[in-house]
Design a protein around this ligand. Structure first.
Ligand SMILES: Cc1cc2nc3c(=O)[nH]c(=O)nc-3n(C[C@H](O)[C@H](O)[C@H](O)COP(=O)(O)O)c2cc1C
Length: 415
C-alpha cells in the first residue's frame, strides 16, 4: 500500500491537499483566441482532476501580454475577462484536486521572431550555441519596469483568485525573469536589484509580498525555485539556501524545487555541460539538503515515473511529489497508484546525437499528448517524436501569427 503518498497534507494557509501527488506545471501552448484558455484546457484539466492528483498546477500563465514563453501562452492581466478562467478553474477542481495557477514572466527567454518585449536584469544574451540567434539580446529593465512587473504579478494573482483558483505558484525557476534576477550570470546590476544574493532575490521577494498583500489569507502562495542552475558561476545551492531563508519570513505555503534553464536544461535531466542526472527523482538529493533550511512544505519535481520513487520522495521528508511528463503520458496514474504499482510509460526519444533536437522532440511529443487529452482522446504513445517536432513547429508558426495580431490590437504602441 502507498500509505504515505495518499495521506492528506495541511498547508500553512489552512488548505488541505487530499494527497501528496501534484501535477507540476506544464505549459500546454493551448491558449485560444485573446490568449485565453478555451475548451481544450478545460477538458484537459477535468481529465487530470479525475486522475486523482491532489494538486494541479497550471502551465505558466503570463503576467504581461507583451512577453510570452510561447506564442500560444495563456495571458492574464488586470482587465482580462475572467469567464474562460472560471471554467478552467472549475474543471480543474471537479475531481477534488486543489488548483493553483503558475504565474510567470519569461524575461529574456522569448524567441526573437515572436515579437513583444525581451526584458532582463542586464543585457546578457542567451547562449545556446548555434541556436543563440533565435533569441534577441535583452533590454535591461529600468526601475519603473521592475515596479510594473511586481504590480503585474499581484494583479494576475488577484484575478486568479477571483476566477476561483485556490492559489498561485510564482515561477522563480528555469531561467525565466525571476530566475534571471537570481543568477549572477544574467544579473550584472550594481543597484539594489543586483550584486549580493539579498539584492538578486529582491524581485522574487517583492513579488511574493505584493501577491500576498492582495489575496485572502486562505489563498495559497507557492514559489518554484531552482535548487541550482547547474551552470558555472550561476545560482548555486548556497544561494538557494539563502533565498529559502528569506522566503521563510513570508507566508509561503509550498516551495517547489526544480533546476536548470533553457541554457542548462536540468529540468529535463540534462545540464549545460551535457552531464546527465541520475535517472529518477534527480533533484531529490539537492532537495533533501535544501529542505533543512525550509520552514514551509517542500515539493520536488523531476524524473518521477514509478510509485516506488514517489514514495521514496515522501519518505525522504518531502511534502509533495510533483510530476509533469508521467501525468501527460498517463493522466490517471495517481488513481491507479492507490491500488497498485504501475510505472508511467517510457517517453519515446528521437534517435539523434543532437541533444537539443532530442529535447525539443520530447517536448513536442508531450505537447501532442496534451492536445489529444484536450480533445477528449487518450494518449497515443506510438506517435513519432520527429513528426511531433515538425507538427509542433508548424503549430507554433500559426500561433505566432495569431499572437502578433492580438499583440498589435492590445499594445498598438509596440508596433
Ligand atoms: C510540456 C512541458 C511543459 C512544461 N511547462 C512548464 C511550465 O510552464 N512551468 C514550469 O515551471 N515547468 C514546466 N515544465 C517543467 C515541469 O514542471 C517539470 O519541472 C519537469 O518536466 C521535470 O519533471 P518531470 O520529469 O516529471 O516531467 C514543463 C515540462 C514539460 C514536459
Amino acid at each position: 500500500m502507498a500509505a504515505l503518498l495518499f495521506t492528506p497534507l495541511d498547508l500553512p494557509n489552512g488548505a488541505r491537499l487530499p494527497n501528496r501527488i501534484a501535477k507540476a506545471a506544464t505549459e500546454e501552448n493551448l491558449a485560444g483566441s485573446a490568449q485565453a484558455p478555451d475548451d481544450r484546457l478545460v477538458t484537459l484539466y477535468r481529465r487530470w482532476s479525475a486522475g486523482g492528483a491532489g494538486l494541479l498546477i497550471t502551465g505558466n500563465v503570463m503576467v504581461d501580454g507583451r512577453a510570452l514563453t510561447g506564442p500560444a501562452g495563456v495571458v492574464l492581466e488586470a482587465d482580462t475577462d475572467l469567464t474562460p478562467f472560471r471554467r478552467w478553474a472549475e474543471a480543474a477542481k471537479s475531481g477534488g484536486a486543489q488548483v493553483w495557477m503558475q504565474i510567470s514572466h519569461p524575461g529574456r527567454q522569448v524567441q526573437a521572431a515572436q515579437g513583444g518585449l525581451t526584458w532582463s536584469p542586464s543585457d546578457v544574451a542567451m547562449d545556446l550555441g548555434k541556436h543563440s540567434k533565435l533569441f534577441a539580446r535583452p533590454t535591461p529593465m529600468g526601475s519603473e519596469d521592475i515596479a510594473e512587473t511586481i504590480a503585474r504579478f499581484a494583479a494576475t494573482a488577484r484575478q486568479a483568485e477571483a476566477a476561483g483558483f485556490d492559489g498561485v505558484e510564482i515561477h522563480g525557476a528555469h531561467g525565466y525573469l525571476l530566475s534571471q534576477f537570481l543568477s549572477p550570470l544574467t544579473n550584472r546590476r550594481t543597484d539594489r536589484w543586483g550584486g549580493a544574493i539579498e539584492n538578486r532575490a529582491r524581485l522574487l521577494i517583492e513579488a511574493v509580498k505584493a501577491v500576498r498583500a492582495v489575496v485572502r489569507p486562505g489563498f495559497a502562495v507557492a514559489v518554484k525555485l531552482n535548487s541550482a542552475d547547474f551552470q558555472r558561476g550561476g545560482f548555486d545551492q548556497a544561494d538557494a539556501v539563502q533565498v529559502i531563508r528569506m522566503l521563510n519570513d513570508l507566508p509561503v505555503d509550498l516551495l517547489e524545487l526544480s533546476g536548470g534553464s533553457y541554457e542548462s536544461p536540468a529540468m529535463q535531466g540534462r545540464t549545460a555541460d551535457g552531464h546527465t542526472l541520475a535517472r529518477e527523482a534527480y533533484f531529490l538529493e539537492f532537495a533533501v539538503e535544501l529542505q533543512r533550511a525550509a520552514r514551509m512544505p517542500v515539493m520536488v519535481t523531476g524524473g518521477i515515473r514509478s510509485r516506488a520513487t514517489a514514495e521514496k520522495v515522501i519518505a525522504s521528508g518531502m511534502a509533495v511529489a510533483g510530476m509533469a511528463t508521467s501525468l501527460a503520458l498517463a493522466p490517471d496514474l495517481p488513481r491507479q497508484w492507490r491500488e497498485r504499482e504501475q510505472p508511467a510509460p517510457a517517453l519515446p526519444l528521437l534517435k539523434s546525437k543532437n541533444k537539443v533536437m532530442v529535447s525539443l522532440a520530447s517536448q513536442a511529443f508531450i505537447l501532442r499528448q496534451l492536445r489529444r487529452l484536450g480533445r477528449g482522446a487518450a494518449p497515443k504513445l506510438s506517435l513519432s517524436p520527429l513528426v511531433s517536432l515538425l507538427f509542433n513547429q508548424y503549430r507554433r508558426k500559426q500561433a505566432g501569427k495569431r499572437y502578433q495580431a492580438w499583440l498589435a490590437r492590445r499594445y498598438p504602441e509596440l508596433g
